[in-house]
Design a protein around this ligand. Sequence first.
Ligand SMILES: N[C@@H](CCC(=O)N[C@@H](CS)C(=O)NCC(=O)O)C(=O)O
Length: 121
Amino acid sequence: MASARNPELKLWFSPRACSFVPHVALCEAGLKAELILAEVGAKEFKSLNPKGRVPVLAIGDDIITEMSAVLTGISSLAPEAHLSWTKLIGDYSRIRVAELFVYHCPCAIIRERLENREIHK
Ligand SMILES: N[C@@H](CCC(=O)N[C@@H](CS)C(=O)NCC(=O)O)C(=O)O
């Protein structure tokens, strides 16, 4: 049940778009979220994100846009999953993940690697 410590999560996504990255992050973090197919051109969606882009993440009443912010939000909710790239431990591998995540449209690279996974289609 949703609470201040366990807020309700919603992720607006588009099929085969970069919004599958936070979907993977949610799965890796073990967080349950309602997945909502975004109608990016629709007035209702633009009231959430005037830029008309996915991903959009709601953490309770807070609406977060922009990939790096969305992923930072997810990693903050599940520190035990160690998804944050802001803590460097040992090597630069987390920074390499950040490079992938904040790349303007990471879908091409990561989709290729996850091609065979039945996720976010
Ligand atoms: N700067 C944004 C870029 C997001 C973006 O470009 N999303 C694409 C999908 S990969 C999108 O929503 N496109 C809308 C459309 O295709 O109409 C971010 O980092 O979240």
